[in-house]
Design a protein around this ligand. Structure first.
Ligand code: DGJ
Length: 741
């Protein structure tokens, strides 16, 4: 998959689906980018891709009289070379200058890719992935950069990751070190990204790319509710099913930057990596720094094609394989049913009813530890509250397991409240400068996870709980951002390292827990989707997508989240009405029809449900379990965007095209409506499908061209003679299709 032409010093990475080509420039040794896109043939030379014309300007490339680096596409642009665009690496040298020149030295090609300890990254066997490492040496120091490219056999994907090493005696200060730089010739592109806030994550934005810098990112210490570490560039004509898209996703949970600088030569410089804002890293003698991994996807099948690539790729090469192939439990979480107000009896009543309804896992949320009756204390004191739970967690968990359910527990490991023994003993373990104001967030403070002793303390506390009770699931929450970043353990010159060291501490705790409890299912959460990123999926195969559980809001949140993340990762529950976030009253059926296209579970007080409601829930769970394998392992297609109108539709098709599940949702009812159809996707055109809920049979190609007719067919249905049923607002329907042989 990786071809190197010794004579021309050109590299061609290709797996028959995509090609990525770059070369070593003459005279300078700088790596010049030549092409990224649909696969092209192997040629003896790619000089036809080298663009050089005499351009006015007085900053020439070394050894050339005609042009400058400002309009040359590069792999690792730096300051100090006549390229004035944003650099991908910036180093402060001992002299105080920032002038670098990284030139080609050698390369190494290897097969297979092992996970990197402590830094979530993709992995693959020797037959799945080939890795190219290009080593660049700095002309002015003993610094060396490794550009690492992984080419996966089965996907239109290349991953990028960079390492910098200091073999010299002097320290250097790394100010910027991005994971990816791609200089893409513009084709009137749009740029897409996901933005939001608490309770309205993953809202889809698509805007025309303008000259100048367009940027999203986080400076909050977490990938954040506000922006997801993902962007995509595509021409205006690209739709869900057609057209090309260049997409970029970063496997990182901390401060990130994703930006496109469209320059005045119509080159879109795409950059992704750790946000340089307040980042700085001391590269001491023998020191090194590894960036997070970035994943570039090229799709020729529109945005659906892009998303399916991310879904399939992350399931095959990022998410723990143990969970990819295991049926996930349908869970019930007590948060919206009880908040902090519960005792053992109340919990057991919910659990008993849950068992009766067919639920697999009971999750005890916030409020079980210390003396936490409100959200103003006890974080960091992970000892059970014996007032609420006289038999502790082990007693409660054992009773729940005896009922035939699994037991799960909530933690918020990274936080501390001031009323805890932990804070009394170690006030300096809180992030912030003790001589300056330190803001609380939800009455809590962030623990300094850049310090290994802090991570160890929290590990020991969690370990104590896990080792004494039959716990098979953890919900790992994180409810505030880092506001006044400062560590009392770091020297003044190293303060810029805090946020990255913090997130490495988070990864370290995940690894410690999973090393000791490899069968534990972890669901990540950060006040909903505040840290819904690929890196956490590496440890926690599912993530709570949003604290907003309203079925209508969830259409947008789950639709947006599906741009990058597979349905098996999208935590989704049926919750109470009136909904606790927006006050909306949606039917139980629609709440379930939305939540089923995710991990599926419940988060409401089921104990006082009527027989009729209980029967409905029992039926929903049985329905979900019947479709679960299809939903979690099939290919997902978005059919109608909730961002564009009153309706939403999506579907999942089995990889062998033998079955499919379609979800259709209408927000507000319309009087005297027009007839409606949804055009399906991904079916086998020549197969006949039986549509279960309407007992009809249709050819795949007809369902994809004519569509599924949504109106009730009145002919021959005497019970409907008088008119149409009036389902009201927030209506939805699921259609199960199976191949008719
Ligand atoms: C925020 C989470 O997103 C909720 O689901 C719940 O766990 C609360 N925190 C508990 O404090």
């Amino acid at each position: 998959m990786i071809y190197f032409n010794k004579k021309t010093l050109e590299y061609h990475l290709s797996n028959g689906k995509i090609s990525y080509i770059f070369r070593v420039m003459e005279a300078t040794g700088i790596m010049e980018q030549l092409y990224f896109g649909a696969a092209i043939d192997n040629y003896d030379s790619y000089d036809f891709l080298i663009e050089r014309e005499s351009k006015p300007g007085n900053n020439q490339i070394e050894g050339s009289q005609i042009t400058n680096l400002d309009d040359i596409k590069q792999e690792m642009p730096v300051y100090g070379t006549t390229d004035f665009r944003q650099p991908a690496v910036e180093i402060v040298y001992p002299s105080g200058d920032r002038i670098s020149h990284f030139a080609y030295d050698r390369h190494v090609i290897s097969q297979g890719k092992a996970p990197i300890k402590g830094l979530p990254s993709t992995f693959g066997k020797a037959e799945d992935v080939e890795v190219l490492s290009i080593f660049l040496k700095d002309r002015y120091s003993d610094l060396e950069i490794e550009l690492r490219y992984a080419m996966y056999q089965a996907f239109p994907v290349i991953t990028r990751q960079n390492v910098i090493r200091n073999a010299g005696e002097q320290s250097h200060q790394l100010e910027t070190f991005l994971s990816l730089n791609l200089d893409l010739p513009n084709e009137n592109y749009d740029w897409l990204h996901l933005h939001g806030a608490w309770a309205r994550e993953a809202q889809l934005s698509r805007d025309h790319l303008a000259v100048g810098i367009q940027q999203i990112g986080s400076t909050r210490g977490a990938s954040s509710h506000m922006h997801n570490p993902f962007i995509s560039l595509c021409p205006p004509e690209t739709t869900e099913t057609q057209g090309k898209a260049y997409s970029f996703s970063l496997i990182y949970s901390g401060n990130f930057l994703a930006q496109v600088q469209l320059d005045t030569y119509d080159i879109a410089r795409v950059q992704l990596g750790i946000n340089p804002f307040q980042f700085s890293w001391e590269l001491a003698q023998n020191g090194s720094f590894t960036t997070p991994e970035a994943v570039m996807v090229y799709s020729q099948e529109g945005l659906n094609g892009m998303s399916q690539t991310y879904h399939e790729f992350y399931q095959a090469h990022l998410i723990n394989q143990k969970w990819v192939h295991q049926t996930r439990p349908v869970l019930i979480n007590n948060w919206e049913a009880t908040y902090f107000d519960f005792d053992e009896e109340k919990i057991l009543n919910i659990a008993k009813k849950a068992k009766d309804l067919g639920i697999d896992l009971f999750v005890l949320d916030d409020g079980w530890f210390g003396t936490r009756d409100t959200d103003n204390g006890s974080l960091g004191n992970w000892a059970p509250d014996l007032r609420k739970l006289p038999n502790g967690i082990s007693g409660l968990a054992t009773k729940i397991v005896d009922l035939g359910l699994k037991f799960g527990l909530w933690f918020e490991p990274e936080m501390v409240s001031v009323d805890t023994p932990l804070f009394a003993e170690h006030p300096d373990w809180r992030i912030g400068n003790p001589d300056k104001h330190i803001s609380h967030g939800r009455n809590q403070f962030v623990l300094d996870f850049s310090r290994p002793e802090v991570v160890e303390n929290i590990f020991e506390q969690i370990d104590k709980v896990l080792s004494q009770a039959p716990i098979s699931y953890i919900k790992w929450d994180m409810n505030r951002y880092i506001s006044e970043g400062y560590s009392t353990a770091l020297a003044a010159k190293n303060q810029g390292e805090l946020c990255h060291r913090y997130i490495l501490g988070v990864y370290d705790l995940y690894e410690k827990i999973l090393e000791k409890y490899p069968d534990l299912l972890i669901e990540s959460c950060a006040g909903g989707g505040g840290r819904f990123d690929p890196a956490l999926l590496y440890y926690a195969p599912q993530a709570w997508a949003s604290d907003d559980t309203d079925a209508v809001e969830r259409l947008k949140i789950q639709y947006g989240t599906s741009m990058v993340y597979p349905l098996s990762a999208i935590g989704s529950h049926v919750s109470e009405v009136p909904n606790h976030q927006v006050g909306r009253l949606t039917p139980l059926k629609t709440r379930a029809n939305v939540a089923m296209l995710g991990t599926f579970g419940y988060e409401l007080d089921i104990t006082n449900f009527s027989d009729e409601e209980s029967a409905e829930i029992r039926q929903q769970i049985a329905t979900f379990k019947g479709y679960q394998d299809l939903i979690h392992s099939g290919l997902f297609y978005r059919l109608k965007s909730p961002f564009e109108g009153n309706e939403c539709a999506w579907m999942v098709v089995a990889k062998d095209q033998t079955e499919a599940l379609v979800g259709w949702y209408q927000v507000l009812a319309k009087p005297n409506p027009a007839y409606q159809r949804i055009r399906l996707a991904g079916l086998n055109p020549d197969k006949n499908y039986r549509i279960e809920s309407i007992s009809e049979e249709r050819k795949g190609k007809d369902l994809m061209s004519i569509g599924l007719l949504l109106g009730e067919n009145f002919l021959g249905r005497p019970e409907n003679e008088q008119g149409r049923p009036m389902p009201g607002d927030f209506n939805s329907r699921l259609f199960y299709l199976s191949e008719k042989i």
